[in-house]
Write a protein that binds this ligand. Structure first.
Ligand code: PMP
Length: 467
């Protein structure tokens, strides 16, 4: 049997930093990364044969728990019929239909939605000149009329931006500091997730003229949104926003923020790209779009993680009018050798099929129990903290008041997280290896798994207090 340390030493000789994605190196928590050999339900097992309750969940996809039998069987069945054809399959259509059918507002919200002022496009010429009113739909319409399947969240957001530029004939994109949308050139400026963990302002290798096409503004700040549109409105193709940000820890959107964003973007002829790569099908059957207290009309929505059930698959969706600007129908090019891969499609379909009301109820209940226990353990240990939640996503932040943007997130006592994390790990709980990441609970987190987490929290909180 090898050890994690031996595996890491060997990996570093073969791959930069020993990893294929930066935060896996455990650098910010000053710990040897664990090398896993298997996973089942709520648990993962490393090369030293140590088992951990897992709160990373493959960074989101493992929402039913690891190696869910129905998902594994769907993938095995698909594999037996061929690993991919580079041609269309019926399964892709079924997954696309499933996505479109799920992403609707639940009926109870319908009433509130109807109370909002709507100015649907009437076909009037003056409106037709305004690209956004040609594509922006009312909040009463299902936002996903067509879907394109891709392989990663990065591709989904990259394609959404190209599409927005193609549709509007404009170049600039507005993004929020601390939001992560994958690693395409234009989206790395002041990004969350690993970019935040490594405290980088952006990335080397991004040409300045490309970086200049992205305008970065503070989150939850509508004045900043209005200002950027007042200054450059006619050049802005789209605003891209995490539906409920989870890549700087959890920072919930202010009440009505997404709706105001949509209104401002549309009033200026720009599109709203709602990034649900992390929240989609996790915080509820229709993602954050389905539970945001104020209804709104995103133009494009990106999905990833859960929608691929653990295999490389992501998607973007929007109205038929907008999506059909993509090749082969339209002038905006996008393609992929492995797009809509049948194994990934099978995993995604099986996952969505099993994400029923009972699964969400379980995830929500387990999340509440763990988040409450973390808060009381930290209070008990006298650690200044807040636990922020967006639906069933949560994370702890070592701050006196709830951070609402990237600056307030960065101002927290982040140094308390590494000892907290290491204590949990020693006690057999695998947390995200950065304070800037969400905790991912799955439907497989049963009472026994939750109890193991809850039991480990007091010692971890004391370790954070001693930091
Ligand atoms: N958008 C969001 C909101 C994400 O959380 C992520 C990944 N964490 C991405 C985009 C990029 O997805 P991927 O890692 O699959 O490229």
């Amino acid at each position: 049997m090898t050890t994690n340390a031996q595996e890491f030493a060997r990996a570093r000789g073969a791959m930069p930093g020993g990893v294929n994605s930066p935060v896996r190196a455990f650098g910010s928590v000053h710990e040897t990364p664990r090398f896993f050999v298997s996973a089942s339900g709520a648990y993962v097992t490393d090369v030293e044969d140590r088992e951990y309750v897992d709160l990373v969940g493959s960074w989101g996809p493992a929402i039913l728990g690891h190696a869910h039998p129905a998902v594994v069987k769907a993938v095995q069945d698909a594999a037996a019929h061929g690993l991919g054809f580079g041609a269309s399959t019926p399964g892709e259509t079924e997954l696309a239909e499933l996505i479109a059918a799920r992403v609707v507002r639940p009926p109870v919200v319908e009433r509130a939605r109807n109370e909002r002022d709507e100015t649907p496009w009437t076909g009037d010429d003056s409106q037709a000149r305004d690209v956004s009113s040609r594509f922006a739909r009312s909040t009463t319409e299902a936002p996903v009329g067509r879907v394109r399947l891709v392989s990663t969240g990065t591709e989904a957001t990259m394609t959404a931006i190209r599409l927005a530029r193609g549709a509007t004939g404009r170049d600039l994109v507005v993004k929020f500091a601390g939001h992560y949308h994958g690693h395409s050139d234009g989206l790395l400026a002041e990004a969350g997730s690993g970019v935040a963990t490594l405290a980088l302002p952006g990335s080397a290798g991004v040409p300045a003229p490309i970086a200049a096409q992205t305008l970065v503004i503070p989150y939850n700040d509508l004045d900043a949104v209005r200002e950027v549109f007042a200054a450059r409105g006619a050049e802005i193709a789209a605003v891209i926003v995490e539906a409920a940000p989870a890549n700087m820890g959890i920072v919930p959107p202010a009440h009505g923020f997404n709706a105001a964003l949509a209104d401002i973007a549309h009033a200026n002829g720009a599109l709203l790209i709602l990034d649900e790569v992390l929240t989609g099908f996790r915080v509820g059957p229709a993602g954050w779009y389905g539970i945001d207290p104020v209804p709104f009309a995103p133009d494009l929505i990106t999905f990833g993680k859960v929608v691929g059930g653990g295999l490389p698959l992501a998607a973007l969706g929007g109205s038929a009018a907008l999506m059909e600007l993509l090749a082969p129908l339209g002038p905006v090019y996008q393609a992929g050798t492995l797009s809509g891969n049948p194994l990934a499609v099978a995993a995604g379909r099986a996952t969505l099929d099993h994400l029923d009301a009972a699964a969400y109820a379980r995830i929500d209940a387990a999340s509440t129990t763990i988040a409450d226990a973390a808060a009381s353990a930290l209070s008990e240990a006298g650690v200044t903290h807040v636990v922020q939640r967006s639906g069933n996503l949560f994370s702890i932040q070592f701050a006196e008041t709830a951070p609402h943007d990237y600056d307030t997130v960065k101002a927290q006592e982040a140094f308390r997280y590494p000892p907290f994390f290491r204590s949990m790990l020693e006690q057999g709980v695998s947390l995200p290896p950065s304070v800037f990441e969400a905790w991912f609970v799955s439907a497989a987190h049963d009472d026994a798994a939750v109890a193991r987490i809850v039991d480990a929290l007091p010692a971890a909180a004391r370790a954070a207090a001693a930091a």
